[in-house]
Design a binder for this molecule. Structure first.
Ligand code: SF4
Length: 363
């Protein structure tokens, strides 16, 4: 038995390396406004101690909505023949990156479905140009690529890679990601580590069939991977997918996942996701007060945003990036936080703890 909530909270925060699944389930299961607030306050204090008060902005550019994978929870899945698809040409991607830098963003996240149209050389040239001609940190979120691709992108100048493990429950993983495996996903994450990327991972909260125990395992996995970045957002069903009639994930449970993740991975950059803002008007602010320290404004040209529909009715679809930045600044200041400046690298990056193959680091 893990003990009372108070004792478990104290023990996990004091010695996260020894926290077990039963401890994490105890924290995730906590009910009642006062106890949940206690969890969120402690996560927020650890965030302040480890990461400071700055909230870092990462500009997300969704440059292709084509995807060869078929995830049951995603509107971009290959089987969704009703989806309208688009691809931005490398020149257009570069122009958007430059716009992000001009707007004062420190990081660009190049995100797409798994789209082999962008081959190794095309992406390497694009990454090298952004690295050469802008001060931006470059984060990739391209899904599963070969080792040779990941190596080439890193050598071209990419700094970070986001690859959510989605769920650590092997049975659920097999069911929801046909023709994919958790083992391969974990192998890719180990490659990213070896190549010297700042590594991001995370899970979806509230998938049909998911248990608290599998969410606890998700968080433990993030600790064991010692990730530099985390994204954990609520599941939102898309009507044109096999999970279209399922219930969405809960905002409360997602906040608990964010908070417990902060206890276990104290120095990670943790996102307050747009999915949270989609389910709750103050979803991002709530996450920022429960351990998160990153928000991700959308840099995608407005005319394409509706076509990048992982889930419907996404927040901030029609606002210009300039408007979003002003709005986010206000929201951040309203909760007593400040806007981050510069690239907002992992604290480990500065101490040289993120290591990779010879010559691959801190470019
Ligand atoms: S979740 Fe990612 S890999 Fe899966 S279908 Fe959607 S875009 Fe493709």
């Amino acid at each position: 038995m893990p003990g009372t909530f108070d004792a478990v909270l104290k023990r996990v925060a004091g010695d996260p390396a020894r926290a077990g699944i039963a401890d994490l389930v105890c924290l995730l299961a906590v009910e009642g406004a006062e106890r949940q607030a206690q969890l969120f306050r402690l996560a927020d204090a650890i965030r302040a101690r480890e990461m400071g008060d700055a909230v870092h902005l990462r500009g997300v550019l969704e440059f292709s909505s084509y995807c060869q994978a078929d995830c049951y929870y995603c509107g971009l899945r290959a089987s969704n023949s009703g989806a309208k698809r688009y691809r931005l040409r490398p020149e257009a991607i570069f122009e958007q990156a430059k716009r992000g830098a001009t707007l004062g963003l420190g990081t660009i996240v190049l995100q797409s479905g798994e789209d082999p149209w962008y081959d190794r050389n095309t992406l390497s040239r694009l990454i090298a140009r952004i690295a050469r001609e802008t001060p931006l940190a470059i984060t990739l979120s391209l899904g599963e690529r070969s080792y040779a691709d990941l190596q080439a992108f890193r050598e071209a100048g990419a700094h970070r890679y986001l690859l959510k493990h989605e769920t650590s429950d092997r049975r659920l993983y097999r069911r929801l990601r046909p023709a994919r495996s958790l083992s391969r996903r974990l192998r890719l994450l180990s490659w990213l580590r070896r190549l010297g990327y700042q590594v991001g991972s995370g899970c979806i909260v509230g998938l049909p069939g998911q248990t608290l125990s599998s969410l606890a395992q998700d968080i433990k996995m993030l600790r064991d991977l010692d990730v530099e970045m985390v994204g954990a957002g609520p599941f939102i069903p898309h009507p044109a997918t096999p999970l279209g009639t399922s219930e969405p994930g809960s905002v409360d449970l997602t906040l608990k996942v964010v908070a417990v993740t902060r206890l276990l991975v104290p120095s990670a950059h943790i996102a307050a996701t747009t999915a949270m803002a989609t389910l709750h008007p103050q979803g991002r602010e709530l996450a920022l007060q429960a351990g998160a320290n990153v928000v991700m404004p959308n840099l995608t040209p407005i005319e394409y945003r509706r076509q990048y529909e992982i889930y419907p009715a996404k927040a901030c679809l029609d606002e210009t990036t300039e408007h979003c930045l002003g709005c986010l600044r206000g929201r951040i200041e309203d909760i007593g936080r400040t806007l981050g400046h510069g690239r907002g690298d992992s604290p480990k990056w500065h101490t040289g703890e993120v290591t990779g193959d010879a010559g691959q680091r801190r470019r």
